[in-house]
Design a protein around this ligand. Structure first.
Ligand SMILES: [Fe+2]
Ligand SMILES: [Fe+2]
Length: 228
């Protein structure tokens, strides 16, 4: 599940949902935008709700978790709460390797933003490439036969369909899929595109799921259940 966007008003509690998920699943995977503005207070509220979760939690951060410039504090709060927060690393739980990075924007296929022109554009492309290299390093660490890639940004355009086409390039990057397809990957999950599409595949055939909480899923619940 992704895009919880926990606000500091604390109006929405995820406790009951985490209790439900703990009964339905073996591992909870959170695909970023855990907080709405990246405020430590928001992270603390979610960390408190996560105490209701009795299964291991794997997560990546999203762009919203960077908004306030307190990403280090937010990261520490989640790590202290026992969350396996991945930023270019892998963790193996119950025989499944999880490789996680936030990812970045940049667009898809032949329309991907290229490193040309102003330094600001080059910096944007460099950030996208760097996130891809972090994902590659994470995937190299995976030893188990079953691997799940955890992202915030989309690696393919298919799972952002439903969003305005004009913003596709801000929702993900094909560079992520190019890296994924060089490794045996059982499933890819991401969020970020709240109005996107649940299911797609990388060009190499790896199944991709947009698990943003807003997306309609076969469970009929805000979370997806995936069997690896
Ligand atoms: Fe989001
Ligand atoms: Fe996002």
């Amino acid at each position: 599940m992704g895009d919880l966007h926990v606000k500091e008003t604390g109006t929405a509690s995820f406790k009951d949902l985490f209790t439900e998920i703990s009964q339905a699943a073996d591992i909870l995977v959170l695909t970023g935008d855990l907080t709405d503005l990246g405020k430590p207070k928001e992270a603390e509220l979610l960390a408190a709700d996560l105490r209701a979760c009795t299964i291991p939690v794997v997560a990546v951060l999203g762009n919203h978790d960077y908004e306030c410039g307190h990403v280090e504090e937010v990261t520490a709060i989640f790590k202290d709460a026992g969350v396996h927060l991945l930023e270019g690393q892998a963790v193996e739980i119950n025989g499944v390797g999880f490789a996680g990075v936030k990812g970045f924007a940049g667009g898809f296929g032949r329309y991907m933003l290229g490193s040309f022109g102003e330094p600001a554009i080059k910096a944007m492309v460099a950030e996208s490439v760097e996130e891809t290299m972090r994902l590659e390093n994470a995937l190299r660490q995976v030893r188990s036969e079953r691997a799940m890639v955890v992202l915030h940004y989309a690696p393919i355009p298919d799972t952002v369909v439903g969003e305005p086409q004009e913003i596709y390039a801000f929702l993900g990057s094909s560079r992520l899929a190019e890296t994924i397809d060089r490794f045996p990957v059982s499933a890819v999950v991401h969020g970020h595109a709240h109005r996107g599409t649940y299911e797609g595949r990388t060009p190499g055939g790896a199944p991709v799921y947009n698990v943003a909480s807003h997306i309609e899923k076969p469970t009929g619940r805000p979370y997806a259940l995936l069997d690896l």
